[in-house]
Design a protein around this ligand. Sequence first.
Ligand code: COA
Length: 578
Amino acid sequence: MSKANDLIIRIGGEGGEGIISSGDMIAQAAARSGLEVLTFKTFPAEIRGGYAMYQIRFSHEVILSEGSGFDVLCCFNQEALNNNKSQIAKGSVLIYDFPGGDIAEEQNIEGVHCYPVPMSKIAKEELNTYRSKNMVAMGAISELFSIATKSLRELIQDKFGKKGKEVVEVNFKALDAGSKYAREHLKKTDPFQMDEGKPQKDVMIISGNEAIGLGALLAGVQYFSAYPITPATEVAIFLSKHLPKVNGNLVQAEDEIASLANVIGASYGGVKSMTATSGPGLSLMQELIGMSSMMEVPVVIADVQRGGPSTGLPTKHEQSDLFLAALGSHGDASKVVLSPEGVEDCIYLTVEAFNIAEKYQVPVMVLSDGSLGFRTNSIKKPDPSKIKVVNREKYEPGTNGDKPYERYELTESGISTMSVPGQKGGNYISTGLEHAPSSAPRYSPENRVSMMDKRWGKLDNLEDFVQATEVDDMEGAQLGVIAWGSTIGTAREAVKLARAEGVKVAAIYPKLVWPLPLKALNAFAKKYPKILVPEINKQGQLASILRMKTDMKPISYNIYGGLPFTPKMIVEKIKEVC
Ligand code: COA
């Protein structure tokens, strides 16, 4: 890849025009040729119509975020051009559908390499299939930036093969027509090339949602139940394909309440169990989250956050379920919330979520988000032999001597053994009612206090068990950034860029976001008097919890327009508050 070893291509057009398919193919082709790839897509809630966008960032080096802006913009229609025009930087490339398409005028933007490609016209007039317009554009892009057409042809076969031979053939023709047009009519003036990388062994390209499913499989999930909801459904789709291979079961429930009830039941029955949802579904699950906390039944809930409240911005990005996940319960329910930074993290943090759920017998949430869920990333294939899997402490019949089995026995660690229904001597009845160590309902003040302390006390040293907080110190810095979730990658890149400009800034990235890793956070705040918390929500949810739980007085930097931060935005804020 020429120019700065880092290239960003953005494709925009109307939902239904195949923007997502085109972007996926470029990303796959680049990953197959050995490049690092990170994608970002945003699309409307409607099945057809509205603005859809797919962005692919390639590099020979590890990519931390979607990046700031783009080098190449490909517009399928006028709306895409209007939405992006103000961001077209000097030196970048504009490819657009002209003449004969939705864009009425030829574009001449000073300092920008403008390439008109009549994609609609070629698709309609030469190929008789408007549907293939996106592949005409792919052909032109592959010719201009040297993307291997062989890979693209294989990907067309993979993607459209199930739609029939004719569909594949017309798309091959469209790809060729686009390449031919670019070869014969466009004079390349820009410096961008997608040089091949070194094809790497054991690399896979996977989305954040799929990675959560993969993490669950690696942790030993045996049961999954969910109700479909954007942007979390892909977790269920992935597991529906792979769970049967490990003799697991998947049930599509009638709603989110039923799905978590199923999961609690399955886990009570002795198998590792999980559900996945998004904000509105997590709201519905609240009562049952409290119940699993009370019953001490391990469950894992992936919450792929989206713009809320209510149906809000169902396909857009937001980090606004932290209050709900951490604090949204009746009573004092003990629970744990982890938040992954990137696709690879979705695998390992989901394993960690199962390990915590099993070890401490609590509900654990994995707080991902729409941008991360839909993001695809080339990552190293996980090695199952290197993954630590924790299983719950099981009741062993006969170990109690003459004493009857006590499901909620008061132990030093707060953790008591779990029997499986039907196990000899291990019978107990678990309900949402407060209970004695035996599990029988009991409401005395002494019992209530000891049981409440048991459920909370077992999490006292969680911070030491999880070790998911990374500190990036900087000597002489006055400012420390605290970022969580998928904002971490953007913050990492911003910190790197700011330091390259001589700005002294430190950072801490907690992935355990409830209960907060207070030892690490307080130690960090002692070193850096000013704290900046960039978050994608209106209220500054992490910053508020930090104010509640520590002496910090963080400076909140909140955006809530449905898009992630760019590294540039955070760099500017760092400089402003430094
Ligand atoms: N030849 C044949 N078929 C093609 C094609 C081509 N050249 N290019 C694309 N297609 C097909 C795709 O295979 C896909 O078909 P499928 O639905 O059978 O998989 C379809 O056309 C759409 O193309 P795709 O590239 O996947 O998406 P797009 O960029 O056109 O955007 C979406 C459409 C994804 C934005 C829209 O359909 C969608 O799903 N919106 C979100 C809905 C939602 O989640 N709402 C929230 C509810 S709460």
